[in-house]
Design a protein around this ligand. Sequence first.
Ligand code: HEM
Ligand SMILES: *[C@@H]1O[C@H](CO)[C@@H](O)[C@H](O)[C@H]1NC(C)=O
Ligand SMILES: *[C@@H]1O[C@H](CO)[C@@H](O)[C@H](O)[C@H]1NC(C)=O
Ligand SMILES: *[C@@H]1O[C@H](CO)[C@@H](O)[C@H](O)[C@H]1NC(C)=O
Length: 378
Amino acid sequence: MVCARTASAPLLAAALVAALAVACSLVSGAHAAAEQEAAGAGGNDLRLRQPPITRGLSFDFYKRSCPMAKSIVRDFVRHAVRKDVGLAAGLLRLHFHDCFVQGCDASVLLYGSATGPGEQRAPPNLTLRPSAFKAINDIRDRLERECRGAVVSCSDILALAARDSVVATGGPEYRVPLGRRDSRRFATPQDVLSGLPAPTSAVPSLLDVFHNHSLHLDATDLIALSGGHTVGLGHCVSFEGGPDHEPRLPRQAEADVPGQGHRRAHPLDVRTPDVFDNKYYVNLVNREGPFVSDQDLFTNEATRPIVERFARSQQYFFNQFGVSMVKMGQIRVLTGDQGQVRRNCSARNPGSADGNLGLQWSSLVQTVVDAAAESLGF
Ligand code: HEM
Ligand SMILES: *[C@@H]1O[C@H](CO)[C@@H](O)[C@H](O)[C@H]1NC(C)=O
Ligand SMILES: *[C@@H]1O[C@H](CO)[C@@H](O)[C@H](O)[C@H]1NC(C)=O
Ligand SMILES: *[C@@H]1O[C@H](CO)[C@@H](O)[C@H](O)[C@H]1NC(C)=O
């Protein structure tokens, strides 16, 4: 177990791994060049592979109502990430959790929602970064001033901030379809448990969860999106419980992070923890994946070839990541007159709590949870 591990890794082994890594990167450099050429020649293929855009979303949704929206988010994220690179990981993960719990509807931001801030007791304890929640609200304030009112939805801000975080840490540029609306519905603890895959899951159950969210999400998407773990941290408690799983984090990585015991955190990508690149896949090939859910992508024979391909060609990974993020970013989006554009990303607009037009209560439990939240004044 990585967090309680004693120093058993001999230096010799570490040196060998380092030497292999150099050799590998030399080889992968050559592959990357070859693949880049191929990608250049077959540029049309990439365009054909762009996923369909949900009705109601478009790339120029705010062209008239808030023409500066995209550049305001981009500038904010670029500056904030320069000060705190961890924020990039926080924002990327926030968008993922938003989309995988009840759809990309910004329910993750609601104070009192099972994913949101103020719900530390929700299972599982999500360790979403407070700085990421704050950044979304700060961006929202800026947009409100610039565009006179609540024009840009909080769910669109999440999608843009995630993309800009990827770009700010060296990852690929991709276009984000816009026009999502924000939900009035809180996520329940059940939504969180069934929606988010566990770090102890193997490929078949990961695929089930991804398929269940969208029939468009396939094994390639699972592997590409897991590449989000090329940045950010995991806490000790997340690494526990995997059978025979012992990630080989360099001792250096352990020394670098603050905290003790279960609250210690480790970089998810042991090679380049703060850079959005394809080293995550190189780690998997070297059996240094952070969680079972990552390492099994290489262990499983069906998914291994794609992992190897991403490890060889960063360009190939980057292209696929953009495509897969656009797919993920459209999971059960609200459009048109569904939902609302929240004035405060952390709270539903006043008087809108039971005006659930276009939405259905999924269960009695939902109603009870919402009623409880209301009575607490959320
Ligand atoms: C495939 C299933 C996935 C599982 C089981 C999973 C699980 C986890 C876990 C357990 C952590 C560590 C949490 C902690 O201990 O603090 C984590 C962190 C993270 N995940 Fe995932 N994740 C998955 C997919 C994704 C996807 C699709 C993305 C984005 C595209 C993503 C982005 C991140 C990021 C950026 C972090 C670091 C957050 C930070 O440093 O604040 N994950 N994930
Ligand atoms: C959840 O995480 C917070 C912050 O790390 C911690 O203070 C709290 O004790 C955790 N709760 C549970 C139930 O693990
Ligand atoms: C599939 O998603 C629905 C919500 O859309 C959820 O209620 C159900 O529990 C999920 N099933 C699985 C197997 O994840
Ligand atoms: C936004 O909503 C949250 C949660 O209800 C609240 O704590 C906060 O003060 C609100 N912010 C503004 C600017 O009204």
